[in-house]
Ligand binder design. Structure first.
Ligand SMILES: Cc1cc2nc3c(=O)[nH]c(=O)nc-3n(C[C@H](O)[C@H](O)[C@H](O)COP(=O)(O)O)c2cc1C
Length: 299
């Protein structure tokens, strides 16, 4: 999207765009011959982050732009608090669950696209929106990735007896996990399920979404991924779909160039999130409790 300027025929010089532009690209300029102020747009240094706040606020639709889809206009825009009241929103947020049991039912491309479409509207640092997706619905490809990710469990279990020897060479997090006695129990349990032919990574989900993006200097691309996938998980719920973030797959995809090549993730890009989708084979009846808030109010 590119902002081209202001349609003088439509602009009422109300100054709303001046107030909301985060890059300060709108200014009131004097028009001495008409004895009044006129709002003007100037972006000589290409500072516009294309957030579209000017388009969203202009009461007369006077902002000119190109290379973008239509802005969304609907009745409820002036009273958003009525669109999804807090209580309803909180119920939806609290009832979202990570789903690990799926019906043997394909998720149609249209439904997956609706989830991806919702992710498009997530906020991102400097409005970069630089994320990309690979969507796997091919059973063999999902099974291949599951197998490759599962290898980690096998390797970890093989190395576990030597944990004291290798501990100095591990990252602090991995070292802590290797030295934790619970790790053996978890690995043995997962490997037994693997032996049993279970898909311990994607839980036989019919769809796996890989979210990847380039790094950018402020290091906030991981946060962008988190928000986009959260939008996707909530959208999935509203479509009757279950979802679960699969950190195990994300980690392996980040570490293994072979896997990146297999899924054509270009060099310089990083997989920052993996989401599974499918129709839930279970229905949760209530939202579980959560830890209490830990807040320090500085008033
Ligand atoms: C970043 C992230 C990574 C996760 N990785 C996995 C995973 O690899 N496998 C899995 O079964 N669940 C994974 N989960 C799901 C969490 O276990 C789950 O969100 C948590 O237990 C709370 O349950 P809920 O999502 O139903 O509220 C992950 C969640 C997040 C946010």
């Amino acid at each position: 999207m590119k902002i081209l300027g202001i349609d003088p025929e439509k602009c009422t010089n109300c100054g709303q765009c001046v107030k909301v532009c985060p890059s300060r690209l709108y200014n009131s300029v004097a028009e001495p011959e008409k004895n009044k102020l006129r709002v003007a747009f100037a972006d000589s240094y290409n500072l516009c982050v294309r957030c579209g706040h000017c388009i969203a606020i202009c009461p007369t639709e006077a902002i000119l732009f190109e290379d973008a889809d239509e802005p969304l206009n609907f009745e409820g825009t002036k009273q958003l608090e009525k669109l999804i009241p807090y209580e309803t929103m909180l119920q939806a947020l609290r009832m979202r669950r990570s789903i690990r049991l799926f019906k043997d039912q394909v998720v149609e491309k249209e439904e997956i696209t609706k989830v991806l479409e919702a992710m498009r509207y997530a906020p991102s640092a400097s409005n970069r929106q630089n994320w990309r997706y690979v969507v796997l619905t091919n059973k063999e490809e999902i099974a291949f990735l599951s197998r490759e990710v599962s290898r980690f469990f096998k390797t970890a279990r093989k190395l576990l007896p030597f944990k004291i020897l290798i501990a100095p060479f591990l990252s602090p997090g991995t070292r802590r996990r290797a030295l934790n006695p619970k790790t053996k129990i978890t690995l043995d349990r997962e490997l037994a399920r693997l032996e049993n032919g279970e898909d311990i990574i994607f839980f036989n989900a019919p769809c796996v979404i890989l979210h990847y993006s380039r790094d950018y200097p402020n290091g906030l691309a991981d946060n962008d991924a988190g928000i986009a996938l959260t939008y996707g998980m909530l959208a999935a719920q509203s479509l009757g779909l279950g979802s679960c973030w699969i950190g195990f797959a994300q980690i392996r995809l980040q570490k293994k160039r072979k896997l990146q090549k297999h899924f054509a993730i270009p060099k310089g890009y990083k997989v920052r999130g993996v989401l599974i989708l499918g129709y839930p084979a279970i229905r949760y009846l209530r939202a579980p409790p959560r830890s209490p808030l830990r807040v320090r109010w500085i008033e």
